[in-house]
Write a protein that binds this ligand. Structure first.
Ligand code: NAP
Ligand code: GCO
Length: 265
């Protein structure tokens, strides 16, 4: 049955930073496919607030506070999940930050903080979770990459460096862990309407013109667009997909650009 390909019943999924935005959309769709959903965040308040959103989708979410950049915090948080829910079958390294600062103005501490959250943390969490997947000889790891895994742009140097590194960390995990029937892939969202992009999207920000001109689909992506891609990478349907970055960008990476309007060429 085709539905069985996407049935996650009996699986335990952890979505880091899963209280809102893309992480929430991923948690909802994996939960509706049958997985037991666990989410973490830095903020207990956001974890409590997200319960209602998950409950409205029929999901009883398991929440735990920990900082993904802290090895001790990650070990404690994952131990709680393993004790209370079970060994993790599906890990979505979604937690991430961005700082939009020109290179020459970027304090080193800010650059390092972005690398810590967006690149080092997926390593920390994956290193903690992978042994259980290796023992089971099965697992799914989804690293939240970006268009900026393959593109740069002004003011997002730290973010692009981190997400570019995450693309190749995904490949490296594949080289070492695929033989244990663990599939490790990335998702590369384009421009998605979340709090992370609010600053360059809301209030008729001129960045909207750039996004519209570069996105053949002609719209900002929604978190659910990314969630649907995560369901594929979390399911049996992707059991021979490994080390791949699935771009969910409305065609941006396929598009050099074009003259809009009546003289469209
Ligand atoms: P978001 O709304 O800012 O959500 C990011 C989540 O990560 C928040 O829940 C945040 O928690 C959590 N987080 C940040 N630092 C953390 C830490 N040290 N420990 C634990 N949790 C932490 O962003 P989003 O747009 O949903 O993005 C989710 C992921 O997709 C990110 O990795 C982002 O880089 C990536 N992405 C986004 C876009 C886009 O256009 N939106 C495009 C490509 C890739 P708090 O709110 O409590 O800080
Ligand atoms: C930016 C945006 C992008 C998107 C995304 C694109 O400032 O350019 O925030 O970085 O968030 O990563 O894939």
């Amino acid at each position: 049955m085709i539905q069985q390909l996407f049935d996650l019943t009996g699986k335990v999924a952890l979505i880091t930073g899963g209280t809102h935005g893309i992480g929430l959309a991923i948690g909802k769709v994996l939960g509706q496919a049958g997985a037991k959903i666990c989410v973490n965040d830095l903020s207990e308040e956001k974890l409590q607030n997200c319960r209602a959103e998950y409950a409205a989708a029929g999901i009883d979410v398991f929440t735990v506070v920990f900082d993904v950049t802290s090895e001790a915090g990650v070990d404690r948080g994952i131990s709680i999940i393993e004790k209370e829910v079970g060994k993790i079958d599906i890990l979505v390294n979604n937690a991430g930050i961005i700082k939009r600062i020109p290179i020459l103005d970027m304090p080193l501490a800010d650059f390092k903080q972005v690398l810590d959250v967006d690149l080092v943390a997926p390593l920390i969490v994956s290193k903690r979770v992978a042994p259980g997947m290796i023992e089971k000889r099965a697992g799914k790891i989804i690293n939240m990459c970006s268009m900026m895994s393959v593109y740069g742009r002004n003011t997002v140097s730290a973010y692009a460096a981190a997400k570019g590194g995450l693309k190749l960390l995904t490949a490296s995990m594949t080289c070492e862990w695929a033989k244990f029937n663990i599939q490790i892939n990335g998702i590369g969202p384009g421009y998605i309407a979340t709090s992370q992009t609010a600053a360059i999207r809301e209030g008729n920000h001129p960045f909207n013109d750039l996004v519209m001109s570069r996105t053949p689909a002609g719209r900002w992506g929604e978190p659910e667009d990314v969630g649907n891609a995560a369901l594929f990478l979390a399911s049996k349907a992707s059991d021979f997909v490994n080390g791949h970055i699935l771009f969910v960008d409305g065609g941006i990476l396929a598009n050099f650009g074009y003259v809009k309007g009546e003289n469209e060429i």
